[in-house]
Design a protein around this ligand. Structure first.
Ligand code: MG
Length: 257
């Protein structure tokens, strides 16, 4: 698939959708507390999305090669789960947990994608550092997404930053991506790499930048549910994601309030 350049008008719609998405995700974040189930968060997210007149992007999405469509609106990945955890009534959050909430919406026919990792009550200082370093790594990646730069410059910036902050495993098999007409478009945007490699960033590209940092190994395992990835060593993982437009100046975060 070729990289799809968006018109200014399409970017305007994606920005509008991004504002809805960020509003919904921050409201879901505020619901995170000990005793709530991940399914409760999903039900709340879907309700809010539909109140805006938008559609959940992940619900019924079926990636190539997967047997069943994704059953929820929200992805909820707790502690050692990395991404794409399926919300469950039986999965109750506890004090000290961390949870990644990842959400996509379709607004006026165009998609946006965003994720945050959130503390459940009080968390350890090591977990706090993991969350801060992963969020900061995302912003370092966004700052590298300059018109004329390469996709590899984003990954290189994230990798260099993450390695300076700690002995993190940077997940390699999952990555950022183009977004807009589809929830997943080209280019694939790894969170590691070499400067000056990969596609050149052009004005009108809209991309999701989403580092996943693990406290231990970079290796992940896929569960039998076909969706949930967790760390191979059982250590914790964090994930932050924004949808970003490439402009002729600074990159613009589209998923914000
Ligand atoms: Mg994404």
């Amino acid at each position: 698939m070729a990289i799809i350049i968006k018109t200014d008008k399409e970017v305007d719609i994606i920005r509008e959708g991004g504002k809805h998405l960020a509003t919904v995700l921050y409201k879901v974040k505020d619901m995170v507390k000990p005793g709530i189930s991940t399914k409760d968060l999903d039900i709340y997210a879907e309700k809010l999305i539909r109140e805006y007149g938008d559609e959940p992007a992940f619900l019924n999405y079926r990636p190539a090669g997967v047997r069943t469509p994704y059953p929820s609106s929200l992805c909820t990945s707790v502690n050692n789960e990395v991404v794409h955890g399926i919300p469950k009534k039986t999965q109750i959050l506890k004090e000290g947990d961390i949870i990644s909430i990842d959400l996509g919406i379709k607004h006026k026919g165009l998609f946006t994608d965003m994720a945050l990792t959130v503390a459940v009550g009080e968390i350890s200082s090591a977990s706090k550092k993991l969350l801060k370093d992963t969020e900061d790594a995302m912003h370092v990646g966004i700052n590298a997404a300059i018109c004329g730069a390469h996709v590899g410059d984003i990954g290189n910036a994230i990798e260099t930053f993450a390695k300076a902050r700690g002995n993190y495993g940077i997940v390699e098999i999952l990555a950022g991506h183009g977004v807009g007409k589809e929830i997943h478009e080209d280019p694939f945007i790894p969170n590691f790499g070499k400067k000056g490699t990969g596609a050149i960033l052009k004005k009108g590209m809209v991309i999701a930048i989403e580092p996943m940092l693990n406290m231990g190994t970079k290796n992940v395992v896929l569960h039998d549910d076909d969706y949930t990835y967790s760390t191979a060593d059982g250590k914790r993982s964090a994930h932050f994601e924004c949808t970003v437009a490439i402009t002729d100046g600074e990159p613009e975060i589209l998923t914000k309030i």
